[in-house]
Design a protein around this ligand. Structure first.
Ligand SMILES: NC(=O)c1ccc[n+]([C@@H]2O[C@H](COP(=O)([O-])OP(=O)(O)OC[C@H]3O[C@@H](n4cnc5c(N)ncnc54)[C@H](O)[C@@H]3O)[C@@H](O)[C@H]2O)c1
Length: 335
């Protein structure tokens, strides 16, 4: 089979690519070709795999070529992140909405009905005076996005469902929880600090936490998130319970609880590197986010959240070691 991952050079896209290449098959079919499309260059280990084809450039410019590519399946992950979309309205429309529409048109033009999983986000949920957000956001909660990114994700979910209804693609939508711990440097996402307050202390650096310890938010490890994307791809629409978006599993945590876990795994010195310095801009954005999520449909697919936040941190530590980055990324780890 021939698969495409858009955003295939990104945090989750590259991880998904490595997982799929290691499995060698998806939905019972051998993966012969994996196309990684991204405006950023693909990581070297992926680019060197003989099954991988790399397409580098903006997705909008690649869709004509993709129309004739003979794709059996797509994971559509390419996206500008929330902070970027707030800062640059046109960028968000182009990268998220226009690119998704062009991709769907390319798949429609080919006439082969490829399966597609779209990575939406819990950023589709928000609070409006007419529709206050429930304390626990489940699969049935009304999405009332309060950011451009959230609106773009929600519109794309509906496009994926409608192109599927028309028989052009076989699409599924999943809403990802905030994924942590993200390696590397902070990115443009307003949620970036959720990774920063773990990653930086482990690297022996100070981290600024812009919100109070009581702030609650559902999170998931990259490993569980990728497992969710694959499971939803492989499930039938009936198993998914329809084409409406599915919340992937998340661990409902507070910032204080995350730091307790950091201390349990990495010692009190690591925790002491987190400095609380309230940033009203970020705090007010986060205030409108989901505080707790439920994920009954994902559970029915056999998907489970991470067992504990300590496990999420230990997974990150194991990933750093496997990538040979312990010297820098884990400099602050006690013992
Ligand atoms: N990481 C999270 O916490 C999280 C949470 C909810 C939803 N998601 C969604 O999951 C997907 C993957 O997230 P991620 O964390 O890997 O993000 P990421 O930023 O690491 O990866 C996204 C990739 O998309 C590429 N990209 C962006 N715009 C593009 C364009 N116009 N053309 C081509 N490539 C483009 C970027 O270069 C990047 O490599 C995204 O759709 C994101 O919205 C992520």
């Amino acid at each position: 089979m021939k698969l495409l991952i858009t955003g295939g050079a990104g945090f989750l896209g590259a991880r998904l690519a490595r997982t799929l290449l290691a499995r060698g098959q998806l939905a019972g079919q051998t993966i012969d070709t994996l196309v990684l499309a991204d405006q950023a260059p693909a990581p070297a280990d992926l680019a060197h795999d003989p099954r991988v084809q790399v397409l580098t450039g903006p997705l909008l410019a690649q869709c004509d070529a993709l129309a004739g590519a003979g794709l059996d399946g797509v994971f559509h992950l390419a996206s500008a992140v929330s902070g970027e979309c707030e800062a640059d309205f046109d960028l968000g429309l182009r990268a998220n909405l226009d690119s998704t529409r062009a991709l769907l048109e390319a798949l429609r033009a080919f006439g082969r009905v490829p399966r597609l999983v779209f990575s939406s986000s819990i950023a589709v949920y928000g609070s409006d005076p007419a529709h206050p957000m429930p304390a626990v956001v489940d699969d049935d909660a009304l999405p009332v996005p309060q950011t451009s990114y959230g609106v773009q994700k929600l519109v794309c979910e509906h496009l994926v469902a409608d192109y599927s209804r028309k028989g052009f693609i076989d699409g599924r939508n999943v809403r990802l929880m905030t994924v942590t711990v993200r390696p590397g440097r902070p990115n443009g996402a307003a949620s970036s600090f959720f990774s920063g307050i773990i990653r930086e202390p482990l690297a022996g650096e100070t981290a600024i936490c812009p919100v109070d310890p009581s702030v609650a938010h559902p999170v998931a490890s990259p490993g569980r998130t990728v497992a969710g994307l694959i499971r939803v791809y492989e499930a039938s629409v009936a198993e998914c319970g329809g084409r409406g978006a599915i919340n992937l599993p998340g661990l409902n945590m507070t910032v204080g609880g995350m730091l307790d876990a950091l201390e349990a795994v990495a010692g009190p010195a690591a925790r002491a590197r987190v400095v609380f310095q309230r940033d009203e801009r970020i705090a007010s954005i986060v205030d409108n986010w989901v505080h707790q999520a439920a994920f009954a449909r994902a559970s029915r697919l056999g998907l489970t959240p991470d067992a504990s936040f300590e496990d999420i941190i230990r997974d990150y530590i194991a990933d750093c070691r496997a990538a040979g980055q312990a010297d820098t990324a884990l400099k602050g780890l006690a013992g």
